[in-house]
Design a protein around this ligand. Structure first.
Ligand code: PEP
Ligand code: MG
Length: 887
């Protein structure tokens, strides 16, 4: 027969081996604390398996459970020497929920259970405190009516308020025993009116009612929502903990409190917590009375007057501090604790691993490893890699007030305040004058790059997590909120509306790229600290990591940032990002709009020296490291002129009429540019473009080898390949150019030619493509777009609904769709390796900076991941954690 009840306390333990899955987090740790000799009120846990069975059986309890629960109560009676329902000296119990992981405030609790019209008089006699006894009964009726009987909570609150008003009191504590006794009568009348029956007097009925209510609260609406938001399976169920009550409200030698063994905000090794004298647990959370500090140091720091626990109850405090140390040693982590002091005796009511900020997580992990409490590898495994983001960018001061206008997607972390501007040129102009600006666009395009660079932050109304704005902002380390759908932007009038509010150019707003919030006005920020602990953890991570970490970067400044963050090469240099410079755009446009090879070559000749300079700078910064340069990729329309003045400029440079130019621009219009004339299709139709780029790469490489003696390692990458033949043609252009340059320069440089895998066909035909390409880089932005048939720039509008409805577990543009896109990657890796065992495999889509996707890359045995500069440390830590998991 399955055992559903596990006892703890008073030297008895039914084991369960601290099994959180079976006993829930609270139950497992109550048993754990009791087992190491800490003062835990005796009790028992009804398992999570019972909860599951309860629902399977149609919300009824099996007969056998009654006997097990009766034994559990007998155990508590044995240890406490009190009897449940005893008129002379009654045993009172608490009934609390406790799932595998804590779901704070989501499920139900009943305290002081076991009181009725008779036992309350026993409690008066046994405690010698009539006020305490009647207050406990009043609290019990109120809680039970709310949680178990589901009566109108407000009417009980109201009755309490009236009782106080009648006497001219403001505090509950001013009510006398007689007042409370009268209030109990009022409460009982309320129950009868609303429930149609008198308040249950049988203590066993009370107990079963409470147990049923706790199991019932597992399926409450708020618990379901919480589970959905936190990925907690509904099948887990909750346990129920029934435990002898101890009282923190038995006078001035009693107290109740909550504590952390280290500071959960900073990680500092100092006890941190609050307590209240003469109070019960819910008073601390209810916020009616202001709790006092635990330690004298904390009280003094805060400049507070009321005595700390260290000062008010010195002996109990010393005992509590000893318990903190024992718990940390036992659980080997920072603990979040609830305790009660009953007439000078300390009781532990709960312990669990405490929630903490990213900063505290880092400090606690490194400190604990240095203290010898955990290993370096455990420290590495404990810090949430994604949360490192919080440490690498300025973040909003959590204490600062905010006036939230709207919320979009948290596209690039960090917080920024500045004047609203609606176009890139104004952004640049104001930034040059030293103004902080936030660039607000419906969506951004490569033409906005200079404005994005000049801005402190970027806000768009459209676009998802891999939209242009998001990708570029992450690369630059600029905070960005994208896809804020409720923004109505009028670029001409230079205003935007959000609901009934209007924001004009020049108004100050603040964006939080970590939460997606957009706020009116300036909100104070706090600067990141990359000091000691961060560096230490990175060193430990690098010791266990297998995957290499590269960066996606195309400016020397970004390359430098990435190297400082530990990048081991460039995994993706998007050359089109280099074409938007004001000095080049006219030549680029001339190249695109030319209708003959001759016209194109004339423009390319102007671009060659510029590109050579770009590559030389990057090779210099990345000395000795591999640099993957991708040949021109994006759809041509992105480069086309829009304004009259732009047409005029290009017409003059190319020596053709404006009308002629406009006709050509019209011809280039595409209905679906993402699937249009882009990627290697450009190189196939206009090989001279790739020829110019290859020449610039090899000339720069030779020049740098000449200058510094250290030859760079160029990896020339061809985008959007679908067939072996495309790559063959492009490789031929690259090799021929290399040969020519090496002959001219009188030296050779080692280089590789490879391809991106961005199309399902390329993944399927990877075996053949590997006959030509020496490396594959998975472009998972496009591979996700093309495999799912979902436009990466339009996905924002409906993907959230898809995630809410569980169609995808997470946004597939953020975290790899392992089952679909992942399968194509595995298959391509396998087929590529079968052809070319030493083929180099990497990933350079945005997923390269996402910890879950990095874990997938580790499993698939890729050689490296490539992430935007500010995500390099995240990738290093995530790669280390994935390697540890694989051990
Ligand atoms: C990709 O498609 O994943 C990729 C890295 O290329 P881009 O984002 O430039 O299209
Ligand atoms: Mg791509």
């Amino acid at each position: 027969m399955t055992k559903y009840v596990y006892r703890f306390g008073g030297g008895v333990s039914d084991g369960g081996q601290g099994d959180k899955n079976l006993l829930g987090g609270k139950g497992a740790n109550l048993d754990g604390m009791a087992s190491i000799g800490l003062p835990v009120p005796p009790g028992f846990t009804i398992t999570t398996e019972m909860c599951t069975r309860y629902y399977d059986d149609g919300e009824v309890f099996p007969e056998s459970l009654r006997e097990e629960v009766a034994n559990g109560i007998a155990h508590i009676e044995g240890v406490t020497g009190k009897k449940f329902g005893d008129v002379a000296d009654p045993l009172l119990v608490s009934v609390r929920s406790g799932a595998r992981v804590s779901m704070p405030g989501m499920m139900d609790t009943v305290l002081n259970l076991g009181l009725n019209d008779e036992t309350v008089t026993g409690l008066v006699a046994a405690s010698g405190d009539a006020r305490f006894a009647w207050d406990s009964y009043r609290r019990f009726i109120q809680m039970y009516s709310d949680v178990v009987l589901e009566l109108d909570h407000g009417s009980f609150e109201e009755a309490l308020e009236i009782a106080k008003e009648d006497k001219g009191f403001t505090l509950d504590t001013e009510l006398s025993a007689e007042d409370l006794q009268a209030l109990v009568s009022t409460y009982k009348k309320l129950v009868e009116e609303q429930w149609g029956k008198p308040f249950p007097q049988d203590v066993n009925d009370q107990l079963w009612g409470a147990v049923g209510a706790v199991f019932g609260s597992w399926q409450s609406e708020r618990a379901k929502v919480y589970r959905r938001l936190n990925d907690i399976p509904g099948g887990w169920g909750t346990a129920v903990n029934v435990q002898a009550m101890v009282f923190g409200n038995m006078g001035d030698t009693s107290a109740t409190g909550v504590a952390f063994t280290r500071d959960p905000a900073t990680g500092e090794r100092a006890y941190y917590g609050e307590f209240l004298i003469n109070a019960q647990g819910e008073d601390v959370v209810a916020g009616i009375r202001t709790p006092q500090y635990l330690t004298r140091q904390a009280r003094e720091r805060a400049g507070a007057k009321p005595a700390s626990m260290e000062e008010a109850m010195p002996e109990t405090y010393v005992e509590l501090a000893r318990v903190f140390d024992l718990l940390e040693t036992h659980y080997r982590d920072m603990q979040d604790i609830e305790f009660t002091v009953e007439r000078g005796k300390l009781w532990m009511l709960q312990t669990r691993s405490g929630k903490r900020t990213a900063k505290a997580a880092l400090k606690i992990a490194v400190d604990m490893a240095n203290e010898g409490l955990i290993t370096e590898a455990e420290a590495v495994a404990r810090v949430d890699a994604a949360a490192l983001d919080q440490l690498l960018h300025p973040t909003l001061d959590p204490k600062a007030p905010r006036d939230v206008l709207t919320k979009g997607l948290p596209a690039s972390p960090g917080a920024a305040s500045g004047q609203v501007v609606f176009d890139a040129d104004t952004a640049e102009r104001l930034a040059e004058m030293g103004e902080a600006v936030i660039l607000v666009r419906v969506e951004t395009s490569p033409e906005d790059i200079h404005g994005m660079h000049a801005a402190k932050g970027i806000l768009t109304a459209r676009g998802g997590m891999t939209s242009h704005a998001a990708v570029v902002a992450r690369g630059m380390g600029r905070p960005c909120v994208s896809g804020a759908g409720s923004l109505a932007i009028d670029s001409k009038a230079k205003t935007m509306r959000i609901g009934s509010r209007e924001v004009k150019e020049g108004d100050i707003i603040t964006i939080d790229g970590a939460s997606g919030e957009v706020m009116f006005g300036s909100v104070a920020t706090v600067q990141p600290e990359l000091a000691g602990d961060f560096g230490t953890l990175m060193v430990w991570a690098d010791k266990v990591r297998r995957l290499k970490v590269r960066t996606n970067a195309e400016t020397p400044a970004d390359c430098r940032t990435a190297r400082e963050f530990g990048a081991e090469g460039i995994g993706l240099c998007r050359t089109e990002h280099m074409f938007f410079d004001a000095a080049r755009i006219t030549a680029v446009r001339q190249m695109i709009l030319a209708d003959s090879e001759k016209g194109r070559r004339a423009a390319l000749d102007k671009l060659l020296p510029e590109q050579r300079k770009d590559f030389a700078e990057i090779f210099e910064v990345m000395a000795g490291l591999p640099v993957t340069i991708r040949l021109l990729d994006p759809p041509l329309h992105e480069f086309l002129p829009h304004q009259e003045s732009e047409f005029a400029e290009v017409a003059q440079a190319a020596g053709v009429s404006v009308d002629e130019l406009k006709r050509r621009a019209n011809e280039l219009h595409e209905f679906n540019p993402m699937l249009g004339h882009r990627g290697c299709r450009l190189g196939v139709t206009y090989p001279e473009i790739y020829e110019m780029q290859a020449r610039a790469i090899f000339e720069a490489a030779c020049d740098i080898a000449e200058k510094s003696g250290a030859a760079p390692i160029p990896e020339v990458m061809v985008p959007l390949v679908a067939t072996k033949r495309e790559l063959e043609l492009m490789k031929d252009v690259i090799d021929t150019t290399a040969k020519a340059v090496f002959a001219e320069k009188g030296r050779t440089i080692d280089y590789l030619v490879g391809t991106m895998i961005e199309l399902p066909r390329a993944a399927l035909k990877a075996g053949e493509i590997a006959e030509v390409g020496a490396f594959f880089s998975f472009g998972t932005n496009d591979l996700t777009q093309t495999t799912l048939g979902v436009s990466r720039d339009d996905a924002g509008r409906f993907l959230t609904t898809y995630v809410d409805k569980g169609i995808f577990p997470r946004d597939p543009f953020v975290s790899i769709d392992v089952e679909g896109v992942g399968q194509l990657i595995e298959l391509a890796a396998e087929r590529g390796r079968a052809t070319r065992p030493d083929i180099k495999l990497g990933i350079c889509g945005e997923h390269g900076g996402d910890p879950a996707s990095i874990a997938f890359c580790e499993q698939t045995g890729l050689d490296y991941v490539s992430a935007s500069p500010y995500r390099v440390p995240i990738a290093r830590l995530a790669a280390a954690q994935a390697a540890l998991k694989a051990r």
